[in-house]
Design a protein around this ligand. Structure first.
Ligand code: NAI
Ligand code: ENO
Length: 372
């Protein structure tokens, strides 16, 4: 919002699910537009979007386009591409800005260049935030806080349009990263799409084994759940991601197969040193990944602590650390095994802080795992 009031007259959010609904909620809070209208094939999603105040009105695509300065396509990628063609057929007014939130960028950016008339801007977008959940019920105005939000403008795009979208993304709490669509798709193939496929495959493998032995599901504990959480994602969304980024995934699958072969070689040769180095290097790289806390991106040092399932245990742990002058950044309860002890995840700003805390808690009888 500017001092004069909302910067935009109308934002049209097409696809009011997790991502579109969350953007609408964040923009309502920030007061960036006089009205935010919603379009969706699901009457239920529109009803909920109205109820929670994400949108002011539900409209058809054609009506929503009229007077919209910004149109956000937030359906599965292939669906958003079809919507783009529909919008083009309505001859949107020059100066209209269209963006999307899809997980792949080359296909939709090319389609926009192909179908949109001169004077209508398309800037691809991809918020690197979300979850395995879908639908408006899972939407939150805080989803984008401190998240990286990629924008992929065409080389000839007007700087004022890029700035307009940048301001809106920042108003939702996210941090803008400008990339070209090719680079974006290569990066996300490795950090998002391949991991998703692997998670789904792990689930399939255990599900198949579980057909003959129900104990597989019984033993599918914390580690399996952590590494496969994303496999609960929306199947249509992931189908479209693979359909539009297959060529970037193919070399990664080849590499993956080679790495599995190498690993099998170490196992066959009983090469403990190679195996240990493999796991050590993976743990070091994983531990040094920046976490996106409030404010800047900071490194995080973590440990997990087994704790009895009793009231006030978080307070006890936090007090112990506080009294020893150890600066604890964050404390979170990890999924606890039913009727049994739970686990806390502790995050520190420094490695020394984490190590000091681990020693102190161990001295007080807690079982501490210094890595997560
Ligand atoms: N789920 C996630 O964590 C993330 C998803 N994305 C991308 O965001 C997009 C949306 O994903 P979600 O919000 O998670 O999905 P969602 O399933 O929660 O929402 C999609 C919405 O689009 C609607 N829709 C489908 N076809 C439509 C059409 N032809 N016209 C109007 N509405 C239509 C659906 O009814 C639904 O309300 C996808 O392209 C996905 O790749 C991007 C970042 C994170
Ligand atoms: O569930 C998670 O942690 C995710 O990583 C969600 C997600 C899914 C798809 C995207 O394009 C971006 C983020």
């Amino acid at each position: 919002m500017t001092e004069k009031g909302p910067a935009l007259h109308r934002i049209a959010v097409v696809g009011c699910g997790l991502i579109g609904g969350s953007l609408a909620l964040a923009w309502q809070r920030a007061g960036v537009a006089r009205e935010i209208v919603g379009v969706d094939v699901s009457a239920e999603h529109l009803d909920i979007a109205l109820e929670i105040g994400a949108i002011d009105r539900a409209l058809t695509l054609r009506s929503a386009m009229q007077e919209a300065d910004l149109v956000v396509l937030a359906a599965p990628v292939k669906e958003s591409m079809a919507l783009l063609r529909e919008i083009a057929a309505f001859r949107p007014a020059a100066g209209t800005l269209i963006t999307d939130v899809g997980s792949t960028k080359r296909a939709i950016c090319q389609e926009a260049t192909r179908v949109l008339p001169e004077g209508v801007s398309f800037i691809g977008g991809h918020p690197m935030a979300g979850s395995e959940k879908s639908g408006i019920r899972a939407a939150s105005p805080r989803l984008y806080e401190n998240a990286v939000y990629v924008l992929t403008p065409n080389p000839g795009e007007k700087p004022e349009m890029i700035q307009r979208l940048r301001d809106l993304v920042q108003a939702a709490g996210a941090q803008v990263l400008i990339l070209d669509p090719e680079h974006h798709d290569s990066l996300v193939a490795a950090v998002s799409h391949l991991p998703h496929v692997v998670a789904a495959q792990l689930v399939h493998q255990v599900a198949e084994l579980g057909e003959d032995d129900p104990l597989y599901a019984v033993l599918a504990a914390g580690g399996f759940r952590d590494v496969t959480r994303i496999a609960s994602g929306h199947p249509v969304m992931w189908r479209d991601i693979l359909l539009t980024n297959g060529d970037r995934l193919r070399p990664l699958f080849e590499r993956w197969k080679d790495q599995i072969e190498e690993l099998l070689g170490w196992i066959n040769r009983r090469d403990g040193e190679a195996l240990e180095t493999f796991f050590r290097q993976a743990a070091q790289w994983r531990d040094a990944l920046p976490v996106r806390g409030r404010g800047a991106i900071r490194p995080a040092f973590q440990c997990t602590v087994d704790v009895p399932d009793q009231p006030g245990i978080i307070g006890t742990v936090a007090t112990l650390l506080g009294e020893a002058g150890i600066n604890l950044r964050n404390i979170a309860i990890l999924e606890s095994r039913e009727d049994e002890d739970g686990q806390l995840s502790l995050t520190f700003d420094t490695e020394a802080g984490r190590d000091q805390a681990a020693r102190l808690l161990a001295e007080h009888g807690f079982k501490v795992d210094p890595r997560m």
